[in-house]
Design a binder for this molecule. Structure first.
Ligand SMILES: [Zn+2]
Length: 419
């Protein structure tokens, strides 16, 4: 019952995608692969036939956490496997073409778009002030913080151990000089909490607000709430990364306000971030310049160290800043996607707030997450440190250092010399 369909996947270098379909041939690019397809000369045929359940045929785009969609639906034929993103033959998909769970989402494949980009921006000139900041990032401190969270055994949102993790994080942030609060949140029938830490910027008025976020909770999906859920990578890495950024950023004054948030209830469906965004006052929401979310930053799934920057069109300038920071200050290979899914950046984007997720490259290759095997053994702190260096460099530009307005004498002299 499939519509006439022919497709081919080839390396992107061999195909220059045109902005519009030509001769009934459509394309999507996913990382370094391009999928081409035609439907017997019907230019938009597949998009149309994919749009209703009784004609479920053609191509569909899947976003998944881990391998959750493939584990649940081994019968669905995968045409292009990019890990977090899959293009599947939806003729073999018997459910609705628009369906989602908290772990995966399937929708008709859009035509003639880039699903995952591989930007290669030129490195900018290195800023000595940013180099000095990134030099303060400590891999041993990061590793020790992840290990301390892992040692709790679980950080299930409704567990005593989660509260203990929140105690540890809140005490650290308070000690670093942040004003720390712990608003209660609802997770299903129970209560959990977020940890929110604030540090005021120095501008007298019109201060913007920059958010750094990560979820503190962990989960063991198969084992249930009482099972071990060490959550070293997901998301001890992002939580410890937030504490490490907190430490380095606290050492100097910034123009704009900084807020760090560790969310609870992420694994049960983004409860902490959804409630946080829903309760934001309009003026407060309008002050947010950027939300930088970290979820899984410390497992190396690729030969080259890699990161995915995932946002939406409204956060594309943040993504550009991060990609440039990666090229300038790190060895990271960057991929980008404007199709946000399944982490705490999503509620912000849905509310029109510019947000971006930073996550290890090829995260779906990490089969340990959400199990008792997400342990220190699989943690690569060098990768996490690279991702933190990228994030720190971008944060420094968003927060703006509080600078005295005296001209730097050497630059002045140089200019005079040239004249
Ligand atoms: Zn996570």
């Amino acid at each position: 019952m499939s519509a006439p369909l022919s497709w081919t996947a080839l390396p992107a270098a061999q195909y220059r995608p045109e902005p519009a379909a030509q001769d009934g041939v459509h394309w999507v690019r996913v990382g370094d692969e391009v999928l081409l397809w035609s439907a017997d000369g019907e230019p938009a045929g597949l998009q149309r036939v994919s749009a209703s359940a009784d004609q479920a045929t053609g191509l569909a785009l899947v976003l998944q956490v881990g391998r959750s969609f493939q584990d649940e639906h081994p019968e669905v034929r995968v045409l292009l496997d990019h890990g977090r993103q899959l293009i599947v033959d939806s003729g073999s998909w018997r459910g609705l073409p628009d369906k989602q769970t908290t772990c995966w989402r399937i929708a008709p494949l859009p035509a003639d778009v880039v699903v995952v980009d591989r930007p290669d921006p030129a490195p900018a000139r290195q800023d000595p002030a940013i180099l000095a900041l990134t030099a303060q990032l400590s891999a041993p401190a990061l590793e020790a913080d992840i290990a301390e969270l892992v040692a709790l055994g679980t950080r299930h949102s409704l567990s005593e151990e989660f509260i203990r993790a929140a105690d540890i994080a809140a005490a650290r942030l308070t000690e670093l000089g942040y004003t720390t609060t712990r608003p209660s949140i609802q997770v299903g029938g129970g209560r959990s909490e977020n940890v929110v830490a604030d540090r005021a910027g120095t501008a007298a008025d019109s201060r913007g607000l920059v958010l750094v976020t990560a979820h503190l909770d962990s989960v063991n999906v198969a084992g249930g709430p009482a099972a071990p859920a060490p959550g070293a990578d997901d998301n001890g890495s992002g939580s410890a990364g937030l504490l490490e950024l907190a430490r380095v950023l606290a050492a100097q004054a910034w123009t704009h306000d900084l807020r760090l948030i560790l969310f609870g209830g992420e694994e049960q469906g983004l409860h902490g971030s959804r409630q946080y965004v829903a309760e934001l006052f309009t003026e407060e929401r309008a002050r947010i310049r950027a939300v930088l979310n970290m979820d899984m930053i410390a497992t190396r799934n690729t030969v080259e160290p890699a990161v995915l920057l995932e946002g939406a069109p409204l956060s594309s300038s943040l993504i550009d800043d991060l990609a440039t920071a990666a090229a300038t200050y790190t060895e990271l290979r960057v991929e980008t996607s404007l199709d946000p899914f399944a982490s705490d950046h999503v509620p912000f984007l849905e509310a029109g707030v510019p947000a971006v997720l930073t996550i290890e490259g090829a995260d779906s290759a990490n089969a340990n997450i959400h199990t008792a095997q997400d342990t220190m053994q699989h943690i690569d702190v060098a990768l996490a440190r690279e991702i933190l260096a990228m994030n720190l460099a971008a944060l420094a530009t968003w927060l703006k250092p509080d600078e005295e307005c005296s001209p730097a004498p050497d630059v002045f002299d140089e200019a005079v010399g040239r004249a």
